[in-house]
Every structure is written in C-alpha cells, then in structure tokens.
Ligand binder design. Structure first.
Ligand SMILES: NC(=O)c1ccc[n+]([C@@H]2O[C@H](COP(=O)([O-])OP(=O)(O)OC[C@H]3O[C@@H](n4cnc5c(N)ncnc54)[C@H](O)[C@@H]3O)[C@@H](O)[C@H]2O)c1
Length: 385
C-alpha cells in the first residue's frame, strides 16, 4: 500500500510536544498504515524549546508564533500541547485555519472553553478534531475493552476507572502552571487527569445520570521560583461516584483522579465487575489483564476465580513487533540500541551496556555443559572461554 503523506505541526514543544515528535519518528513500525506523517513545523514561544526539534530532518519551519504554521500550506494536522488556559484560543484558530487538530486534554480550561471550541468546530465541520488520550491503547487495555463489549460481565455490578499519580506527594516540589487554577483550571486534577479515566467509560456509553464527588486540596502552597510559598489552588484528588442507568437497572461508576496516590506513578486502573464475569487492567502491570469467572478446579469443584491473561504486543493498529512480544518491548529495543551506539562512541559511562562478546560466547560453554550434564547424568564444570 502506498501511504499518503500528511504534514504535521506541533504547537508547544514541551514534555508532550517532544513525545509526539519522537512517536512520529517510529512510524515505520506500523504495518500498512494508510498515511505517513511528516513533522514539518513546530512552534514554541520559547526559542530554546525549539532547538530540540532541529534534529528532526523533516522539520522545515520553527517559529515562536503559531499563526506562521497555520499559514503553512504543507501543514495538514496540528497537535497542540500547551497550558490549559491557551487551549480555546489556539484550538479555535487551528480549526478556523482549515487545519485538522489533535488537541490535548482537558480540551479547554473549563466547560465554557470546551463549548466555544465545539461551536467553532460546528462552523467548520470540515476540520477533523480529536483529543489525546493514550492509556486505552495499551494492548491489554484493548483486550479488557473487548471483554466488556462481548457482554461477558453480564449484569454490571460496578465499575471503577482511576488515574493515579503521586509526583505531588512531596510538598517541597516547586509550583508550576499545572498547580495554579488560572492556568490549569478550577477543576484541578480532573482537568489534568480526567480524560484518562473518563475516556473508556464514556466510549462504552456509561454516562452518569447523577453523581456525587469528594475533592481534596491537600497542598495549599508550593515553593515559587524564589523559594517563597505560592498559592497552589487546584484540587489534588477527586473521587466521583456516578449512577449509570442501563437496561438491567443501573450501576455505580467510580472515577478517581489523584495527583497524590502514594505509590502510584502514572497509573490507569479499569475494573468492571458483573454478575457473570469481570475484567480488570492496570497500566502498573501493563501486559496483563485479569478476567473473573467460575472455574471447575479438579479435586475441589466449582470456584470463583480471577485469572491472569498475558497480552501480546498488538494494540489497535498492527506493528512489526511480533505479537508474541509484550508491551514495552520496542522501548527496550530502543534503549538497547542507545546503549550499544553510546558505548561505541565511548559515552555510555557507568550505564548498563549490551552483552559483550565474552558474555555471549560464555553462554555457549554453559549450553555445552548443560547438554553434557543431561547426556551423562553428571555434574559438569563449564569450560572457560
Ligand atoms: N496525554 C498525556 O498523557 C499528557 C501528559 C502531560 C500533559 N498533557 C497535556 O499536554 C498539554 C501540555 O502539557 P505539557 O506537559 O507538554 O506542558 P509543558 O509545560 O511541558 O509544555 C508546554 C509548552 O508550550 C509552550 N507554550 C506556551 N505558550 C505557547 C504558545 N502561545 N505558543 C506555543 N507554545 C507555547 C511552552 O513554552 C512549553 O514549552 C496540556 O494540555 C497537558 O494537560 C498530556
């Protein structure tokens, strides 16, 4: 299949802008994808942030004013990763410029901003717009969603979807825009992490008819740039309990978004419990999902059981990575090559290195000794290389 080229631009070359630029460079990993993205333009108001993108050969335009890349005829799709208070203006400008948009969550700083973006989109239905939410694309998450869609849970008893972070546990962590309502939004952690937790419930059609919530502001100030305390007026943790009507009578849906969930790194947990079956998945154990059911245990009889299923590497779009490999395999390959070429350049330092020729050759002595031990039934001392 010949892939059509799509010109991509990034507005906001920070944490997420760089991540998406790097992802696009891995595109050949996808099998028979209909398009081939080329990162052509990048905008950041900070010229220093633009320097990183110089290493990407396809980038022909860097600018500190995003209007420049909206005027670029070689740009078809714009990914915008900026502070929440800037979403409405930039998203609506992208749509009005006739470009397609992959927005970042929370899709505007509040509901007024989201409505303004929607109404601009209604005026420009030709613009294709979606919002970033990557967690459901873990292969095991897809299997969990497939399980729910199959109807296997039966009558749903309850659902939990939680996005749990803990990088804010340290009260000495300096304040940043994500911890101030004027930049992040009054919804605080729900703005920051909410779509990660709500995407799959909403996609499965689970709209709460009513809800209650408990919100916590756990850290009211944080050190500013000069060390003085700065007001940190966003909710750190939020737990929403909703009631979702369905044909069987309805069920409670609990959606948690927490910046202070000790022990959790950046974890999405999804659990659906039903009368006939259940499924659960956590990005903390990304290759595994668990299904619940009744099993016949030999010698015991019928028992309730959670069973672990290991998912392979394949998610929504097929990749060259073998299905027998696990999620994260490609990242490990990238790191191994980084170590190999860094060591070759004398720049690995004390980092973990790729296997040496002596280590690789040593394994053959071990295999030979193992074969001899098997054949002779004796303990064998492996020979030196
Ligand atoms: N999908 C995810 O997993 C995920 C993770 C983190 C953040 N986000 C979202 O991504 C967005 C950006 O977050 P981030 O962590 O990358 O922020 P960041 O602070 O690391 O980067 C934002 C960048 O935008 C630049 N910028 C500010 N104003 C600009 C303007 N007018 N024009 C162009 N550039 C401008 C800043 O200089 C900075 O480099 C937010 O909406 C956030 O919620 C998503």
């Amino acid at each position: 299949m010949s892939a059509r080229e799509v010109g991509v631009a990034i507005v906001g070359g920070g944490l997420m802008g760089r991540e998406i630029a790097a992802a696009i460079q891995r595109w050949p990993a996808l099998i028979d994808h209909p398009v081939r993205p080329r990162l052509r333009a990048v905008c950041d108001i900070d010229p220093a942030a633009l320097e990183w993108f110089d290493q990407i050969e396809s980038v022909t335009q860097t600018t500190t004013d995003y209007h420049d890349l909206l005027a670029n005829p070689d740009v078809d799709v714009v990914y915008v990763a900026v502070r929440h208070d800037l979403h409405e203006q930039i998203y609506t400008d992208v749509i009005r410029a006739g470009k397609d948009l992959l927005a970042e969550k929370p899709f505007g700083i509040d509901r007024a901003a989201a409505k303004a973006i929607l109404s601009t989109l209604a005026e420009h239905p030709e613009s294709f717009v979606r919002c970033s939410s990557e967690m459901p694309f873990f292969p095991a998450a897809q299997r969990a969603i497939d399980y729910v869609r199959s109807g296997a849970p039966g009558r749903i008893i309850e659902v939990r979807s939680a996005f749990l972070h803990s990088s804010d546990l340290d009260p000495g962590k300096p304040v940043n825009w994500k911890r101030q309502a004027k930049f992040c939004g009054q919804a605080g952690v729900m703005n920051d992490l909410g779509l990660h937790a709500w995407h799959v419930p909403l996609r499965l059609g689970w709209e709460p008819e009513t809800l209650t919530a408990v919100l916590q502001d756990l850290v009211p100030t944080r050190p500013g740039p000069d060390g003085d305390p700065v007001v940190c007026d966003t909710w750190e943790n939020a737990t929403v309990h909703g009631w979702v009507p369905d044909a069987a009578g309805g069920f409670p849906l609990t959606v948690e978004t927490k910046r202070i969930a000790p022990g959790c790194k950046n974890t999405w947990v999804f659990e659906v419990i039903g009368m006939d079956g259940g499924v659960r998945f956590s990005t903390a154990n990304p290759k595994r999902y668990e299904v619940f059911g009744l099993v016949d245990v030999p010698g015991t009889g019928r028992e309730q059981s959670w069973q672990a299923v290991e998912a392979g590497s394949q998610s929504v779009w097929p990749t060259v990575t073998g299905g027998i490999f696990e999620a994260g395999f490609s990242d490990a390959i990238l790191q191994m090559w980084a170590a190999f070429l860094a060591e070759r350049a004398g720049a690995l330092g004390d980092r973990f290195g790729t296997a040496t020729p002596a280590e690789a050759a040593r394994t053959h002595e071990l295999y030979a000794a193992a074969a001899e031990a098997h054949e002779t039934g004796r303990r064998v001392q492996p020979a030196a290389v």
